[in-house]
Design a protein around this ligand. Structure first.
Ligand code: GZL
Length: 341
């Protein structure tokens, strides 16, 4: 219908109209978007979160709970940073939150020490700091408002108490028991607390021999590697205490590859922490004897704390999340179907 020349004229005409539109309204268009972003950010509470990494299934669930809590719909502008297990990355992230003048800083400290200076900087900037999951070891506790997390020492004691009861049940409470411990990130409050809590109970039993405690970084790869070392060094291990499920998964692989068996009817008892859904399946199957829950769903607790701070209500120094202990006796279908992580 139209010759080639006509199509060319039409194309040039459309280009001219579009250019004219952008010249007249383009700057306003972008300004509107920018202002909109600025306005929405202005009307929202800006929270800077430094997450320590993504080393485990627990950490993934913890991150999801934070991201599901601090949403635009809930009135928040979330700046989220993953430090990939490095404290220096967390320090950089916190300083960038300070320079961006966020309303709140939340972080899960990868280790307990080395935070005084940056927390002092946040305090001088008038930005409240909330600890998530793990604690910091500081002289001046006014450097942070509160901590939402677990009582790791209690978790360690729960593991010890379970083993006490189990050995009585097996009529082995006076026999020699050889124990190895896969520890989490050295210097993290979860590792410090769980090790201390279990040791408190173990110290009451002269027949419990802790052959070795070794860091396996809360990862399944390292858990398998360290367990292989333990199996080479100690031919008669009775109990593995693994400070998270990811290390447990790796350890069980190593034990099975060595020809030994695990769990309720196995050679080696498995005590684990976190209570991830996949691990609870293994509790139900009898491969893991007991799993001490560590609840990663802290987003709602953090949201409530900030609501209280916004309303200038009094704040506790610590808020503990609810946690349970799982064995084959209480891991029901309902529990398994109800797991959110
Ligand atoms: C516990 C948390 C630990 C988990 C691990 O609160 O700090 O770190 O037990 C995670 O799975 O890596």
């Amino acid at each position: 219908m139209f010759g080639k020349r006509s199509y060319g004229v039409i194309a040039v005409g459309i280009l001219l109209v579009m250019t004219l539109f952008l010249l007249l309204f383009g700057s306003r268009l972008f300004t509107d978007i920018e202002e909109e972003a600025h306005i929405t950010q202005e009307n929202r509470i800006v929270v800077g979160v430094s997450q320590l990494g993504s080393e485990s299934g627990w950490r993934t669930a913890n991150t999801e709970s934070v991201q599901n809590a601090f949403t635009q719909q809930n009135g928040y502008f979330l700046i989220f940073h993953n430090a990939r297990q490095k404290q220096e990355n967390q320090l950089k992230a916190i300083r960038s939150f300070i320079s961006q003048r966020v309303d709140y800083i939340i972080f899960s400290p990868v280790v307990e020490t080395g935070w005084e200076t940056v927390l002092q900087e946040a305090k001088e900037a008038g930005i409240p700091v909330i600890l998530m999951d793990r604690k910091v070891d500081v002289e001046d506790e006014s450097l942070y408002v509160t901590c939402v997390g677990s009582d790791f020492e209690e978790e360690g004691e729960k593991a010890g108490h379970w083993l006490e009861g189990e050995l009585v049940r097996q009529n082995r409470s006076s026999q020699s028991v050889n124990i190895v411990i896969l520890a989490g990130t050295e210097g993290s409050s979860s590792q410090i607390g769980r090790s201390a809590g279990f040791a408190t109970v173990a110290d009451r039993h002269g027949n419990w021999n802790i052959l070795e405690e070794k860091c396996a970084e809360f990862t399944s790869t390292k858990g398998k590697e360290v367990m292989k070392t333990f199996l080479r060094r100690y031919p008669d291990i009775d109990v593995v205490v693994s400070q998270n499920d990811d290390m447990t998964f790796g350890a069980i692989e190593a034990i099975k590859e060595s020809g030994r068996t695990v769990g309720v009817n196995g050679d080696i008892m498995i005590i684990s922490y976190d209570a991830l859904g996949d691990a609870l399946e293994m509790v139900a199957d009898g491969a893991i004897n007991v799993d001490i829950e560590c609840n990663p769903n802290q987003g709602e607790y953090l949201l409530e704390v900030i609501d209280m701070l916004e309303a200038e209500e009094p704040i506790e120094k610590r808020y503990y999340v609810e946690e349970d202990v799982f064995t084959i006796e209480n891991v029901t279908e309902e529990v398994l179907n109800g797991r959110t992580y």
